[in-house]
Design a protein around this ligand. Structure first.
Ligand code: NAD
Length: 252
């Protein structure tokens, strides 16, 4: 029970990595607030959480909107009285290069993937400061540190969240710890949305030394580590969960 009596907000918790993390946090005793635009998926996660702890709620939230982020944080305080853990995890990933990127695609991707993390921090940090403690866990990507074709706005957002992680860590230490997780290729519903074929998934698996794609539960374990006192001497850092993908130049 690494998160006994802790209160956690998880954005993007209606699916994939966020849902697995919500379940794992709840198994470890946390009260979990899911912020997501997907109401059906969000309620499904809450039902799963409530089987473990009876302490999950869903707040329909478009994380790219300041007013909705503010409501998410205020609702968390209203219902549970505090925020111990903020996990900024929602993102979208349009597969476009710079010339295929419209202004709308750029704004949506960067607002959901980067600006939202600042807005979540902006609204949560005053409560964390007041209570004298808090942990922020931000989902980046291997795209935060490596290039890849057809990912222009996503990579800009993911590079930005890693820089933001360091900035928040510097400003709010020692009260608040802020760290990032950089997942590699993780099999989640995002892959269906991107139209990734079984052949492409196999190719992706062969690109990393562990020769398989990751599962959302394997990223959730890193989130649990960073959200708990297990990582008490870490801030401004990143944990890479990528099967070794970024540790090599080329895999045969
Ligand atoms: N799956 C991967 O291979 C992979 C790799 C690296 C990083 N990541 C990152 O992990 C995180 C989770 O990705 P996933 O694979 O679980 O994806 P997913 O598509 O399964 O889940 C993303 C969730 O974000 C929500 N969301 C989208 N726009 C939103 C908005 N405006 N407001 C609120 N919620 C919104 C979706 O409804 C969904 O529930 C993302 O930050 C993603 O960039 C994923």
């Amino acid at each position: 029970m690494l998160l006994d009596n802790k209160v956690a907000i998880i954005t993007g918790g209606a699916s994939g990595i966020g849902r697995s993390t919500a379940n794992l946090f709840a198994e470890h005793g946390a009260k979990v607030v899911i912020g997501d635009i997907d109401e059906i998926g969000g309620m499904q996660t809450v039902n799963e959480i409530n089987k473990h702890s009876g302490n999950g709620i869903f707040v329909k939230t478009d994380v790219s909107k300041m007013s909705e982020v503010k409501t998410l944080v205020e609702k968390t305080i209203d219902v549970f009285g505090k925020i111990d853990i903020l996990h900024s995890n929602a993102a979208i990933n349009p597969k476009v290069n710079a010339l295929e990127t419209t202004e709308q695609i750029w704004d949506d991707t960067v607002d959901i993937g980067l600006k939202a993390t600042w807005m979540l921090a902006y609204n949560s940090i005053p409560f964390m400061t007041q209570q004298g403690s808090g942990v922020i866990v931000i989902t980046g990507s291997v795209h935060s540190i490596r290039g890849y074709a057809y990912n222009t706005p996503y990579q800009a957002a993911k590079g930005g969240v890693l820089a933001l992680t360091r900035s928040l860590a510097a400003d709010y230490a020692p009260t608040i710890r802020v760290n990032a997780i950089l997942p590699g290729a993780i099999e989640t519903p995002l892959w269906e949305k991107l139209g990734i074929t079984p052949e492409e998934a196999k190719k992706s698996a062969n690109m990393c030394p562990l020769k398989r794609n990751g599962q959302p539960e394997e990223v959730a374990q890193a989130a649990l580590f960073l959200a708990s006192d297990m990582s008490s001497y870490m801030t401004g850092s990143e944990v890479i969960v990528d099967g070794g993908l970024t540790s090599i130049i080329q895999q045969h």
